[in-house]
Ligand binder design. Structure first.
Ligand code: DAT
Ligand code: MG
Length: 138
């Protein structure tokens, strides 16, 4: 059985979309096995987004992600890493296909960082690494 880290980002939590996003994950057949609401520290986010350090959107990304509570989940299922990425849609919510979380619920808000509602791990290695960061104590 595979596990992935899903985050409902501060924009999703603030807009009251956490329940809808959880419902889509469950309706697809995946199982939420851990969950917590937390405003992440910069230290955690720097580790989480280490692959993006130095990119132009890195600072705005860390600022946005630490701006309010994030709903973090461990989600399980066969091929859930790939499956949740597909459910989330393209990174840019304007380009994300209708039917996806970002395509149905997201848009461009004219900011330096893409507020795209959710994060999902992109490989088995990142899933293991990210679950270790976010659920270290659980
Ligand atoms: P994803 O979240 O689809 O895995 P990513 O890992 O490439 O995308 O980037 C992490 C986050 O950084 C992404 O969710 C939103 C932000 N981001 C990525 N590319 C961006 C860009 N070109 N301009 C603004 N924000 C960007
Ligand atoms: Mg990514």
């Amino acid at each position: 059985m595979e596990s992935t880290l899903v985050l409902v980002k501060p924009d999703g939590v603030e807009r009251g979309l956490t329940g809808q996003i959880m419902a889509r994950i469950e309706a697809k057949g995946y199982v939420i096995t851990k969950a917590k609401l937390e405003t992440p520290s910069r230290e955690l986010l720097a580790k989480h987004y280490e692959e993006h350090e130095g990119k132009p959107f890195y600072e705005p990304l860390l600022e946005f992600m630490s701006s309010g509570p994030v709903f973090a989940m461990q989600v399980e299922g066969n091929r859930v890493i790939e499956g949740f990425r597909s459910l989330a849609g393209a990174t840019d919510p304007t380009e994300a296909a209708p039917g996806t979380i970002r395509g149905d619920l997201g848009r461009d808000w004219g900011e330096r960082v893409q507020k795209n509602l959710v994060h999902g791990s992109d490989s088995t290695a990142s899933a293991e690494r990210e679950l270790g960061l976010w659920f270290a104590d659980a």
